[in-house]
Design a protein. Structure first.
Length: 349
């Protein structure tokens, strides 16, 4: 990794904002802002159990993953039409462009919608149309990853994959999310094998609240290429050594971990330890509308809390491109832009 000269602390926020970066862990349903929830509820005549935006926001006091998921699924109930899916993806992509995200891989949870009677094509076509517009109108390269809800059965996941295959060209991979503890990766062996047969990339949430054994299971059972979260790996030295040796990326989400009480304070987050151990750590927003910040806010708050500098900024941005499902040519292009950005800051320091 390139050795980066120190940059004065006063200029770090600007560097963090301006550097090109990829976001690899963002649930599109988690970018649904309370204002948009209310606007869509009105547009689609969906009743909400909250009287106002303020009342909804006041409910965002989470104690763990499940307490968040209950509210997150309720919020997603306002999404019914193709235009709704377009609107949430477009709102996120416009916001991501402001944070200088040049490449984004967006998770979506089709079962949250198909279980309510929304057709698969409505979900995927709306999201895919926003991704196409992001390329032409924002210069942001956006791709979709279909996630299976792990609190549901593998049968349901298999059916969901089959149902989505007519839109195969619109998503690049599959993931696994929702309630982790009690739903180990081994529950989904067959559906991940089916996805691999279709040439889909594979990722899974593991080691967010669940034990290191779930990370082993995702690697050896599901053959995933990245681990989403993975912060519990710190408790297993053999796993840490493997993740470092094989450069298996972790998509870490500090503000999410703070809001879901995985760490008591941001200053207690283990991101710096994971980086120091040589892991391919990336920084991401997870569900920005619920956790108090989009990608740059995650960078700014984490860098302040952990007292990180230019070397770690460069490392995290470079890791985001290394961990992305992009071509080698794209990676070289973004790395060139990243280096040019750091050169500008070093020259002027
Ligand atoms: N779905 C949306 N956000 C999630 C998270 N942080 N963990 C598991 N499933 C999720
Ligand atoms: Zn997540």
């Amino acid at each position: 990794m390139a050795k980066i000269p120190a940059i004065s602390p006063s200029r770090m926020p600007q560097l963090l904002r301006e550097m090109p970066k990829a976001e690899l862990h963002i649930h599109i349903e988690g970018s649904l802002e309370p204002e948009l929830i209310f606007a869509l509820a009105q547009r689609n005549r969906v009743p909400l159990p909250y009287a106002s935006v303020q009342e909804l926001r006041a409910a965002y006091a989470f104690t763990n993953l499940q307490s968040f998921l209950d509210i997150y699924y309720a919020g997603a109930s306002v999404l019914l039409k193709e235009q709704d899916f377009y609107d949430i993806a477009w709102a996120y992509l416009e916001r991501a462009a402001e944070d200088h995200v040049v490449h984004a891989e967006l998770f979506f949870d089709p079962q949250t919608h198909t279980e309510r009677g929304v057709p698969m094509g409505v979900v995927i076509e709306g999201l895919a149309r926003a991704c196409r517009d992001a390329q032409t109108r924002l210069g942001v390269d956006a791709q979709l990853i279909l996630c299976f809800l792990r609190h549901l059965s593998e049968e349901s996941a298999l059916q969901t994959l089959e149902e989505a295959l007519p839109w195969r060209e619109h998503f690049i991979g599959v993931g696994l999310d929702s309630s982790e503890v009690g739903h180990p990766p081994e529950k989904f062996l067959r559906v991940f094998a089916r996805a691999a047969e279709h040439g889909l990339r594979r990722v899974a949430h593991a080691g967010e609240e669940g034990p290191p054994a779930y990370i082993w299971g995702a690697l050896d059972g599901l053959h995933v290429e990245r681990i989403d979260h993975g912060v519990q790996a710190i408790h297993d030295p053999a796993l840490m050594a493997r993740l470092a040796r094989e450069r298996i990326p972790l998509t870490v989400c500090p503000l999410s971990n703070l809001k879901l009480c995985v760490f008591p304070r941001l200053a207690d987050h283990n991101l710096a330890q994971l980086l120091d151990a040589g892991l391919c750590v990336t920084l991401n927003s997870d569900d920005p509308a619920y956790f108090g910040g989009y990608l740059n806010e995650n960078f700014l708050q984490t860098f302040t809390a952990l007292d990180l500098g230019a070397q770690q900024a460069y490392q995290l941005a470079a890791n985001s491109f290394e961990a992305s499902f992009i071509t080698e040519a794209q990676r070289q292009k973004w790395m060139h832009e990243l280096k040019a950005c750091f050169d500008r800051f070093v020259e002027h320091d």
